[in-house]
Design a protein around this ligand. Sequence first.
Ligand SMILES: Cc1cc2nc3c(=O)[nH]c(=O)nc-3n(C[C@H](O)[C@H](O)[C@H](O)COP(=O)(O)OP(=O)(O)OC[C@H]3O[C@@H](n4cnc5c(N)ncnc54)[C@H](O)[C@@H]3O)c2cc1C
Length: 574
Amino acid sequence: MNNNKAITDEDRGDHKYDAIVVGSGISGGWAAKELCEAGLKTLVLERGRMVEHLKDYPTATLAPWELPHRGRLKEEILKENPIVSRCYAFNEATEQFFVKDHEQPYIQEKPFDWIRGYQVGGKSLIWARQTQRWSDYEFEGPARDGFAVDWPIRYKDLAPWYSHVERFAGISGNKDGIINLPDSEMLPPFELNCVEKHIQQKVKEYYTDRQVIIGRCAHLTQPGKIHEEQGRHQCMARSLCDRGCPFGGYFSSNASTLPWAEKTGNLTIRPYSVVHSIIYDERLQKATGVRVIDARTKATTEYYARIIFVNGSTLNSNILLLNSTSGRFPEGLGNDSGVLGHYVAFHNYRGNITASIAGFKESYYYGRRPTTAFMPSFRNVFSQQTDFLRGYMVAFSAARSGWQRGSWMEGTGEELKEQLTDPGDWGIYMMMQGETVPKYENYVRLSKDKKDAWGIPQLIISVGYDENDEKLMKDFLEQGSEMLERSGCKDISTRDTGQAPGLDIHEMGGIRMGKDAKTSVLNKWNQVHSCKNVFVTDGSCMTSVGNQNPSLTFMALTARAANHAIEELKKNNL
Ligand SMILES: Cc1cc2nc3c(=O)[nH]c(=O)nc-3n(C[C@H](O)[C@H](O)[C@H](O)COP(=O)(O)OP(=O)(O)OC[C@H]3O[C@@H](n4cnc5c(N)ncnc54)[C@H](O)[C@@H]3O)c2cc1C
């Protein structure tokens, strides 16, 4: 492809839009909604196939016995796909929404499980929907603890945008009044079960710095008018969400932002469109469009717009900017600082704990609640307390074993059947979500000789854990065990899964925001410092990663940036 071609208006023809959005996942969906609502003719370029809400959820209503292998994947699929098979959500009912390993190879300089969803809706179809706001303890983290660079924004800058996206998406939870986990705009919460309430009570008795809450999640527990207008209905607590929801009970781009954008008449979605690079015009000193490769035919084409939103998800957006070279930007678009691709971070999920608890036999729970109990970070929040930096959230759930335990029960015939009609003992599963510290050495770059099927250089990923992560995990295993022990649990067993980075599916950074163009790629409005009509608003923009689930913050940053772009366009500044 010619990277320096001069484009005339005639060339542009009907390939001209006001705005281009690369990617239709969680963040791209939000960009499309905001831009279309403001009247901008918006082209969403999506590398995957079309997935239409309701129509394209083939397994959504299947019972286990209607799936050929009861939900399990065939041995050969598992063998051919060691990376994606490690994701808990990849199974016979959901495999159509995951990228198989061979589809887009990448080079693991250090082990990294890159989990991807390439289709209209991206990973919004298969995410676990846990949504918490950041607080200033996260935004101030790098400056306070001396790593990465200072965020160019604070909580007050994002708070109204959190409200904006929460009202539309629908977030269920309690207003818990926790300073480092600010309250969202809430729909009614799901409920903790009796064992979780018991642990909640014990934690309250023993600790002044810890709180157990019900998880906040993007589910419609009580749809409002705005959700009904989207055609969405109440969550039925089926917990089959990652097959696509026939009720629109959870937030996905497919059920929510994309159809909303479409209703404006301003949206064009073009599936099977792999964006190869961004076209930079040296004379105008701005981006004029993108080069696209048809995923099926490999035919190349170009699309043009006044502004470009990059929402391919963290690592794909890194590829796109690194691959967008020109005379002005030989090392990748906006890479004057040399930090493009660097400071990639993720969440440390390595530790987990299992336990049992006696009693509570008279109690059960209704439905399949799509969330769990959570404990906001309690380590190093207000001051440095430990020999590691930052902290972790804790998620846990208690459940009774079901009929599946029959395979290891004694007895046969009627006796066995009798036993199986009763729920079994209570077990507890606890996990961590730890903040990792972004470092220059954790980075991605493009291969000089290996390309993918579309002629785009393969990504080399060099991202690993460090001593801080080990210490943080050790602390979680100690603190978690202590909390469970004080709650009267038995058989407490701790485990380091040793899982590679990436499997958390919360990779962030590489195109970070910052105050200074010398040390960051994006300004406080997610604009590339040196190419202001390109906005990057997915996880790649994150200066640090906090301990909260990240996607709600991507949504709020995207809505904020899109509205800034709209204002700047009105003023003819872009
Ligand atoms: C099993 C699972 C559980 C998760 N649980 C949670 C959770 O509980 N809470 C949470 O906050 N997050 C969770 N996540 C993470 C969440 O899904 C992501 O943070 C979120 O989807 C990122 O949004 P995005 O818009 O950046 O990327 P995506 O949603 O991945 O969308 C990116 C889109 O861009 C397209 N694309 C990529 N490159 C190109 C290109 N070059 N040209 C054209 N199109 C392109 C892709 O095909 C895709 O459709 C989970 C993810 C998974 C898989």
